[in-house]
Structures are given as structure tokens and as C-alpha cells.
Design a binder for this molecule. Structure first.
Ligand code: PXP
Length: 250
């Protein structure tokens, strides 16, 4: 029998909504606790250089309050390295970052930036942090991760999810990459852009042990929860009116 596929929930976009108004609501920590209670295996959060969603305080709160591990996504920079070490986080996933991108646009090019990334990985591992690297489904990139002795890799599924014409080929690359990672004793995770339909196929790849999903789940939560939050608001308004009416007529 195949083993259970773990599910990590990325809560970045709860912070995106919060930051749109510059206040405290909705709190990503509250979302993370709901995810934990719903059976999530980890919480993923990307601390970006421009802090467009998750903030440094969010990271501190998540580490302090969660019972499940925080998977901290970060660019391989010295600023982030310092934050990761000081935060005492147990897991890090290295991702590429460009200031102007809307979302992470592809995997980290470990082949091209081997020396710099190796330096960051060693420093993280010296502090007992498990390191994963977000890579495209490409054997050459995974072979470098093996060489750099990362604990795991996370395969970028964005191309597979977005590509309408070449879906079969994208899937084949992901499967081949997962098999190669497993054969080389690297835990294989996957994520980016996954929706209900895509996940049906990706979950069939037994070599993948964890999926990290964010945007779609947070978006779906609007539809699953919108009616409930409107009805609650309606009830509060009506109760308040009623109380006012009794006060005035007393
Ligand atoms: N995994 C990694 C490495 C990511 O960078 C992201 C996006 O931040 C995700 C998973 C989740 O992607 P999505 O929000 O599209 O589900």
C-alpha cells in the first residue's frame, strides 16, 4: 500500500488580504490554526524580501503558536539566512525571488548558482534546519540538490497546472523527476498552482510525499465560507436592532 501523502497549507494569501487594508484582519495565524485543526501536516509561509504578504512578526507568531512544523519559504540571501537561524525554524524551502514577479515563477537554478546556494544550505544545516529546494522538474537540477545534500526537493508544478497543451509531457517530467529524487534518497515534495483537478493526477505519483498548496485553497475558502459569514453579520445586525427597539420602547 502507498503511504499517506502529506498536505502543507500555504497561508500567504490570508496575509495578502490583510495587508490590502493595512490592519490585522484576517490574521494568518488564525488561518494556520484552522488548517492545523483540519489536519494539515505543515504550514507554509513565504517571507518575501518586499514583505508583500507574510511579515517577520507573522513568522515569529507561527513558530511560537503552531504544533505542526512551519515550512519557511525564503530566497537564498544573507538577510533571510539570518532570520531563519534566529527564528529557530526547523524547516526551510529555498525559492527564487524576483521583486517584480506576481508569484514564484519557476524553480531555483541550483545548477547556475551552486556555490552561493551551497553556502546558504551549509549554514542552515549547521543549525539543524532541514533544507528543501524548490526546483523545476529537471534531472540536472535535482542531481545538484543531491550533491549539495539537501533533505528534500520540492518540484514546481506550475507549468503542469497552467499548461493546457502539453499537460501529458509536463506530468511525465514530474513523475520522472520524483522517481529520480526518491532513488537518490531525497524526499520529494511538490507544489505551486495546484487545484482540485491537477491534484488528482499529482497524488498518483507515489514518490511524492508532500504537497504544498495555498492560493487555490484560500480562494475556495471564500466560496465555502461566504454564506456563513454573511449570515453571521445579518444575525448581529438584526439582534442589535432588536435590542435597540426594546431599549427605546421600555
Ligand atoms: N510551494 C512553493 C515553493 C511556493 O513558492 C508556493 C507559492 O508561494 C507554493 C508551494 C504554493 O503555491 P500556490 O499558492 O500556487 O498553491
Amino acid at each position: 500500500m502507498s503511504s499517506r501523502l502529506k498536505l502543507g497549507i500555504n497561508i500567504d494569501h490570508v496575509a495578502t488580504i490583510r495587508n490590502a487594508r493595512g490592519g490585522l484582519h484576517p490574521d494568518p495565524l488564525k488561518a494556520a490554526i484552522i488548517a492545523q485543526n483540519a489536519g494539515a501536516d505543515n504550514i507554509t509561509a513565504h517571507l518575501r524580501e518586499d514583505r508583500r504578504h507574510i511579515s517577520d512578526i507573522d513568522i515569529k507568531n507561527l513558530i511560537k503558536k503552531l504544533k505542526i512544523p512551519l515550512n519557511l519559504e525564503m530566497a537564498p540571501t544573507h538577510e533571510m539566512l539570518k532570520i531563519a537561524i534566529n527564528s529557530k525554524v526547523k524547516r526551510v524551502c529555498l525559492v527564487p525571488e524576483k521583486r517584480k514577479e506576481i508569484t514564484t515563477e519557476g524553480g531555483l537554478n541550483v545548477l547556475k548558482n551552486k556555490k552561493k546556494i551551497s553556502n546558504i544550505i551549509n549554514k542552515l544545516q549547521n543549525h539543524n534546519i532541514k533544507v528543501s529546494v524548490f526546483v523545476d522538474p529537471c534531472i540536472k537540477q535535482i542531481a545538484v540538490c543531491k550533491e549539495l545534500r539537501t533533505f528534500s526537493i520540492e518540484l514546481h508544478t506550475g507549468e503542469f497546472c497552467d499548461n493546457k497543451k502539453n499537460k501529458k509531457e509536463e506530468f511525465r517530467q514530474i513523475k520522472k523527476s520524483a522517481e529520480f529524487a526518491k532513488k537518490n534518497n531525497l524526499e520529494c515534495h511538490a507544489g505551486h498552482g495546484l487545484k482540485y483537478e491537477d491534484v488528482k493526477q499529482i497524488a498518483k505519483i507515489n514518490e511524492i510525499s508532500e504537497l504544498n498548496i495555498g492560493h487555490f485553497i484560500i480562494g475556495e475558502a471564500v466560496f465555502v465560507g461566504l454564506k456563513k459569514s454573511i449570515l453571521k453579520m445579518r444575525k448581529i445586525i438584526d439582534n442589535s436592532r432588536k435590542k435597540n427597539f426594546y431599549l427605546k420602547s421600555a
